[in-house]
Design a protein. Structure first.
Length: 279
């Protein structure tokens, strides 16, 4: 399988600052669910902005569907990249600009120059997917944090992206809205959209992602299955993370029983693990 998005030896630095990314290489494949992790300042947000074409690296190459975007950054290629690789920012208020939910979600497709009938259909579909049809005439600034997050995702869905990048999507959400967001992400994944989620929420990453990419001081220090990466003491220590609570609970149970067991990624898997200990 060929990667949808590929970064090769990318380096980015702001003027008079240490490099935010150093020789970063990564391939993203269709349908993946990737957790992008690391402390503040590790390079996660810069990585997302380069993937979307907002920032341009000083060196290295960026490919989308096998076609080189960098170093030329031709207008046509950048537009195709931004249409297909959408980004949902941590603060929804920084992304929402229109006076109604419908006009907000219409903004992207209209800028593509699509026929009005096609724009309306894409907007209706995005609003329906995010359960926002009843909100179409509401002012997005007056919505709750969870509702604003859904509007931000609808913004991207209306562009028919192949990849969505979500920067700290659970930040500032209450438990109920976090559950709703996870359900939404699962639905998007089932629809075939590739998802990369930057998060400090270790337990959410464990439940949601299949692959974990860990940044530290602008470099990728780990890339692999979540059950392996987030259970590696050395990686956890170097990145300043912690193990998922389910991994810790499983470790305690394993030590008590004196026999190894796979690290569970969900409560259902942990319950199955407990059931097996009774056999």
């Amino acid at each position: 399988m060929k990667p949808l998005l590929e970064l090769q030896n990318l380096t980015f630095r702001s003027p008079e600052a240490a490099p935010a990314l150093r020789q970063v290489s990564l391939a993203v494949y269709p349908g993946e669910r990737i957790a992008v992790m690391g402390n503040n300042g590790a390079g996660k947000s810069t990585f997302f902005l380069i993937c979307n074409g907002i920032l341009r690296p000083q060196s290295g190459n960026l490919f989308f569907q096998g076609q080189a975007v960098s170093p030329k950054y031709a207008k046509k290629q950048v537009m195709e990249l931004r249409q297909n690789v959408g980004i949902v920012f941590q603060e929804a208020d920084n992304q929402i600009i229109a006076s109604t939910v419908e006009s907000e979600v219409s903004f992207g497709p209209l800028n593509l120059g699509l026929p009005l009938a096609e724009v309306q259909q894409q907007v209706d579909n995005a609003l329906a997917d995010m359960n926002l049809l009843a909100y179409r005439d509401r002012a997005p600034q007056n919505l709750s944090g969870g509702e604003k997050k859904r509007v931000s995702i609808a913004d991207i869905l209306a562009m028919h992206p192949q990849i969505i990048l979500l920067d700290e999507p659970t930040a500032s959400l209450d438990p109920q809205n976090t559950i709703l967001l996870e359900q939404t992400l699962n639905q998007l994944s089932q629809a075939g959209i590739t998802l990369l989620v930057s998060t400090h929420d270790i337990d959410f990453a464990c439940r949601f992602a299949e692959r974990a990419v860990v940044f530290s001081t602008g470099e990728i220090i780990a890339d692999g299955p979540v059950s392996e990466v987030l259970n590696d003491d050395q990686i956890i220590a170097q990145a300043g993370l912690r193990k998922p609570l389910l991994f810790e609970a499983a470790s305690l149970l394993t030590n008590a029983l004196g026999r190894p067991a796979a690290a569970p990624r969900s409560l259902a898997e942990f319950a199955e693990m407990l059931k097996n200990t009774k056999k």
